[in-house]
Design a protein. Sequence first.
Lengths: 377, 377
Amino acid sequence: MRNAIDCISVLLKIIWHICMLVKTELASTIQQTYKMDKKTSVTIHDIARELNISASTVSRALNNNPRISQATKDKIKALALKLGYQPNIIASNLRNQKTNTIGIVVPLINRHFFSTFISGVEDVAFEAGYNVIISQSNDLFEKEKQIVHSLFSNRVDGMIVSLSMQTQQFDHFQLFSKKNIPLVFFDRVAPQLDADKIIVDDFACGFKATQHLIDQGFKRIAHLAGPTALNTYKARMEGYRSALEKNNLPVNDELIIFNRLTRMDGQQAIKQLLALDTPPDAVFCGNDTSALSIIVYLKSIGIRVPEDFGIVGFSNEPFSEVVTPSISTIKQPAQEMGQKAAELLIFEIEHKENPRKYQTITMPTELIVRESSLRKS
Amino acid sequence: MRNAIDCISVLLKIIWHICMLVKTELASTIQQTYKMDKKTSVTIHDIARELNISASTVSRALNNNPRISQATKDKIKALALKLGYQPNIIASNLRNQKTNTIGIVVPLINRHFFSTFISGVEDVAFEAGYNVIISQSNDLFEKEKQIVHSLFSNRVDGMIVSLSMQTQQFDHFQLFSKKNIPLVFFDRVAPQLDADKIIVDDFACGFKATQHLIDQGFKRIAHLAGPTALNTYKARMEGYRSALEKNNLPVNDELIIFNRLTRMDGQQAIKQLLALDTPPDAVFCGNDTSALSIIVYLKSIGIRVPEDFGIVGFSNEPFSEVVTPSISTIKQPAQEMGQKAAELLIFEIEHKENPRKYQTITMPTELIVRESSLRKS
DNA sequence: CTGAAAGCGCTAACAC
DNA sequence: GTGTTAGCGCTTTCAG
């Protein structure tokens, strides 16, 4: 018995040693791979050594510094190409205190307005030699804060932001303003923020949409408002109210419903509205999604749009054009807004002025009249 | 006369000097501003000096190195907070040869599939402490090449790519494979590429869609194919052909139309198909956009969908659900694909294996049957 | 026109 | 536990 146990114990020890051997073997392989990795990365020093010149000359040549003779430039560039040299931008960034990177913070990337905006930013940024790093706040204040800190630590040269739905404080942006790093807000902005802003005139849009419904002969117009903590939804609602007043129509609070404008919200809202003693005959919705769900519901209960009920949405989502009936809506120039934001930001990055003057750029919008509101040709 | 000229010359000199003075003044102001900027940026050395300890201790403390006593950690962290210390990640990146950044290359950011995919990537990346930097190739080969080089120079730790429509060569990706930087392709991939891939089974999807039309009693089924240089469109078409063959239906080349699947393309294609001697009674479209335009056209000329003509699209664009008739389509799990791609990439970044084994992950798809193809309940 | 040297801010091997 | 020191790869004075 004893013997057997001893035997096993010895065996185990042997196995253990084998394991250890394998492990060190593996470790050294990894080590070697690592070294190989490093060797494949050619630096300006490698080029310098090969040509018996200094690294600074190589650096200057590759940056087209006029003080270097054409001959050496050619020599250096040729070798760089041959060796497959790729500059380490991280090192350059550290030295230059500039990353050529701009950060974007949006609530959600996969919303048509935002992704189109980002596309516009990317276009301009790429042309100007900037990278774009994006993050989504998912409409959460805490995540927005984290993102902003992270982008700061990553030393972005500037940042473009649309606020989360929950954001009411703005301390986290002071990091940027204190270090004089340009900041451009768009769409969802805060009035109390001293910064550049790219917006549309949501008030005018709300007015325009409502006036259009009035012009089409609708008499009792309701409004689906988004969270009025956000400047955009608040202004749209105020535009709506103002249009009613201007036309001497009563502003009736039971006709204004506040929610988050999801499809569910839209359906609930229209049910609630139709249950009123004197229900409305039209509604201006804070977005197209809710407008859509209202159309679907009305169709399902046999109310005709626009004959019996008029609808105007907001944002010109891709589906608005193709549903039946197609949805009248307000078109925001998302791509152009992105381009403009990027242009403005990059300009400020490259021409930092002190003291700064903040601009607010209002982009043009368009009321697109489609079937859902068109009773008169 | 002479006097006058002398006078002017002296005046000019004076003005010149004033200018110079102003210039130096300005320069020093700028200098000062610069220094102020620098001073506001607190580093670990500032913390170290203040506490009479070394920078390395500070570094270790902030990174929660267990070798530092809790007491000093607390002291350091408290001061860091007080001074508003923000780590310079660029410096850390350079030193660590790691950027915690992953690059994404897509044809177009503001396409629902891609932006949703990106959103999925961002979710996972953020959780794992990675930044996401995105670029769009605009379906141009040259731009794709530039982007890939730029991302490499920016030392991304890994990259996620969907190829441009024009891409036929893949040399630009060797930068990454040579340095053993993980690379994950998705959706539009190249079979000859040795890399990880996240795809759906486009062949099976094409088959499924076509089989569904057959099951619904459609007899003569056409196909709108995208550019077959892309694996996705090619496989969809092959699935279509295979389904016909399996059901002993003839594969008729005049029923297969190749284009870029825009709305225009869709309209042209359907006209062409209806002009045939024996036109089809259904079509499987390579995407939802072309399916939509066909529906619109058929409605306009009084052909009923699905009674007279069946349609299946691809991708489950948001509008597909809400148009009338709603479009039967294939749903790709874009968000999940993005999450999976990010998980895979990050895993490979953090567990670099040598030699690498490349995986191809096929994500599940779903045929969503809606009105445009449903003749039998 | 080119080189030497210092340093961007952080980390980690090595020493004590 | 903490300090010393040496870089990561690049740019940029300053000096010749």
